[in-house]
Design a protein around this ligand. Structure first.
Ligand code: DX5
Ligand code: ZN
Length: 230
């Protein structure tokens, strides 16, 4: 069976208690901290920056921090996130004037690099830079907000991306972001995804006894993944 990773998006966490929320979600079995950076320019929302990433690292987070940049321009902020402890930095090709250069910059800063594809952005943009890409992230919603519904066409695009990655021979992760939940994660895995961002499905899963116990929902996501035919 393929290896699957669950990456809760802290966009849906309680920001007033962020360190505790991240600790809880990781202790509950999450693999990766998905860190959504929005600038009220490339996307119509404003979130968190390098200071918050740095604070999480200082708080003691040692798991992968997957920084998803929804900012334009993108190059200026990359060294700041590298210094702040980002493991992965992914960006949208539309936000960079020079995609190859931005990928090189991320690598030179010591991070892994990824390209993010909006629902309407063609995968062909990755074709000539696959040797520099560690992760392809397909947006299954339009970026900017948590809690939106999964766009079904993403399944077809995931199959296309899976094929492109497998044929390339490179070790490239395939991640999906937006509207992932217990009901649809299995078919998303079967379409080829290996890393699953889930914001509202994880942080919105309140347990009556302990509203910050995320074990139940993460176990349910994993149980679905265990049944996926890949
Ligand atoms: C959307 C963000 C996502 C978002 C996912 O622009 O990139 O990471 O938080 O949230 P859900 O899982 O609620 O769709
Ligand atoms: Zn994201």
């Amino acid at each position: 069976m393929a290896e699957f990773k669950i990456a809760p998006s802290i966009l849906s966490a309680d920001f007033a208690r962020l360190g505790e929320e991240v600790d809880n979600v990781l202790a509950s079995g999450a693999d990766i901290v998905h860190f959504d950076v929005m600038d009220n320019h490339y996307v119509p929302n404003l979130t968190i920056g390098p200071l918050v990433c740095d604070a999480l690292v200082k708080h003691g987070v040692t798991h992968e921090i997957d920084v998803h940049l929804m900012v334009k321009p993108v190059d200026r902020i990359i060294p700041d996130f590298a210094k702040a402890g980002a493991t992965f930095i992914t960006f949208h090709p539309e936000a960079s004037e020079h995609i190859d250069r931005t990928l090189q910059l991320i690598k030179a800063e010591g991070c892994k690099a990824g390209l993010v594809f909006n629902p309407a952005t063609p995968l062909s943009l990755a074709e000539h830079v696959l040797d520099k890409v560690d992760r392809i992230l397909l947006m299954s919603v339009n970026p900017g907000f948590g809690g939106q519904s999964f766009i079904p066409h993403t399944l077809e695009k995931l199959r296309e991306a899976r094929k492109m990655i497998d044929e390339s021979g490179y070790d490239i992760d395939l991640e999906v972001d937006g509207g992932v939940n217990v009901k649809n994660i299995r078919e998303i895995a079967e379409a080829g995804a290996r890393t699953f961002v889930a914001g509202s499905a994880v942080f919105g899963a309140a347990n009556a006894n302990d509203p910050h116990d995320y074990e139940t929902v993460i176990a349910a996501l994993r149980a679905e993944l265990a049944q996926a035919k890949t």
